[in-house]
Design a protein around this ligand. Structure first.
Ligand SMILES: Nc1ncnc2c1ncn2[C@@H]1O[C@H](COP(=O)(O)OP(=O)(O)OP(=O)(O)O)[C@@H](O)[C@H]1O
Length: 354
């Protein structure tokens, strides 16, 4: 059980830790009781265990180190002139700069992120590291442009849009539990892959608008690692609602544990259907805990998930809720690693018959 190994006492306020330990112990007990009834045949919903593509990435660099650089094995698909001449629409202004959709004639649409700050020294090498990260649950970088005045990151446009687009009701499609748990597991595996690249590698800005969906509702996490390209921005990132409490301290920066916190908030969004900032000031994790004290647990869940009265689904939702609470524990050392989280989601959701 993941929690026992991570809980340690220290000089921090003892009451806060005691609350986390009590919640954690309950999680362990209930999880053990429920899962001990289940069989262990694992049905992995994804094609491969690791999700890593077998193709090794080959970087194609411009000769002078400045200009357009493509990742992968494909041919150079376009020139900068074509990109600048294309029809572009603004998708939004995010933490790291403006994002455009570019329609090039006869080609699939592209997304271009124009970084508002120039990456620090060695930024190009770091972008190339990001371009080498390939996993089926990450949206790969297709190319980047590093010019005299600006840096652009280029990826494929995902027509289905983001998870937040679906959860915040901007479409009439309502995601059922099977889709939501697949997204949760996919995101966990994508982040697990990122974290496996080194102890300091993290996403740094995980949120539901950075989880893009394929036509079959598979998750592709975007914007990974940009926070670490632009360290000056890393304080600003992780917008309110997804930001782990320790980032309030000016000495702390994003880390694998702050990713786990943000992932816990995404899990809560999937379970409750509510935005990460619930009400005027209340964070979703706090709202969920306050609901425990006042109402039956079932009232926490998105009512759209409760229409079938399926006991097995409700049991899974309950267990994933407990996991989300562990991910959003106040103290980073009490949070599980993302690898443990991914395994728990697999055990909870895919170890039975469904
Ligand atoms: N490759 C993509 N395909 C489709 N939509 C995308 C793609 N990349 C980003 N978007 C969408 O474009 C919008 C603007 O993205 P942008 O990254 O600028 O802002 P954000 O994700 O809201 O904020 P932040 O950059 O702080 O994470 C978001 O709604 C996002 O979901």
């Amino acid at each position: 059980m993941f929690l026992l190994g991570t809980v340690k006492f220290s000089v921090e306020p003892i009451t806060e830790i005691l609350i986390e330990v009590v919640i954690g112990s309950l999680v362990i007990l209930v999880t053990w009781l429920i899962l001990s009834k289940k069989k262990c045949a694992i049905h992995n919903p994804c094609s491969s265990r690791t999700g890593m593509e077998v193709n090794h990435i080959t970087h194609r660099k411009s000769n002078d180190g400045i200009g357009l650089v493509f990742f992968g094995k494909g041919e150079k698909e376009f020139e900068m002139d074509q990109l600048f001449a294309s029809q572009a629409e603004v998708l939004g202004k995010g933490t790291f700069g403006c994002t455009y959709k570019a329609n090039l004639e006869g080609k699939d649409a592209l997304v271009i992120k124009r970084l508002k700050t120039r990456p620090r020294a060695f930024g190009k090498e770091k972008i190339e590291d990001l371009g080498g990260m390939v996993h089926e649950n990450l949206l790969p970088l297709k190319a980047y442009y590093h010019g005299e005045d600006e840096t652009l990151l280029i990826s494929n446009y995902m027509p289905m849009g983001s998870l937040s687009h679906f959860l915040q009701g901007r479409t009439s499609i309502s995601l059922n539990w099977h889709v939501r748990r697949k997204i949760a597991y996919g995101v966990a595996r994508g982040i697990e892959y990122l974290h496996s690249q080194g102890p300091n590698v993290c996403h740094g800005n995980l949120r539901s608008s950075n989880i893009l969906l394929t036509n079959s509702f598979d998750a592709r996490v975007s914007e990974f690692g940009i926070a670490q390209l632009l360290p000056a921005e890393s304080k600003l990132n992780c917008i309110a609602g997804y930001r782990a409490p320790e980032l309030a301290n000016a000495n702390n920066t994003v880390s694998q544990k702050t990713d786990v916190y943000s992932f816990g908030v995404v899990l809560l969004e999937l379970l409750t259907g509510k935005p990460p900032k619930h009400g005027v000031s209340e964070d979703l994790p706090k709202w969920v805990i306050s609901m425990f004290q006042e109402k039956p647990i079932i009232d926490v869940f998105d009512q759209k998930l409760l229409t079938n009265q399926d006991m097995e689904i409700e049991e899974q939702m309950f267990l994933i809720l407990q996991l989300a609470i562990c991910c959003t524990f106040q103290y980073p050392k009490n949070r599980p690693s993302i690898a443990v989280v991914a395994n728990r989601i697999r055990d909870i959701c895919y170890s039975g018959s469904s």
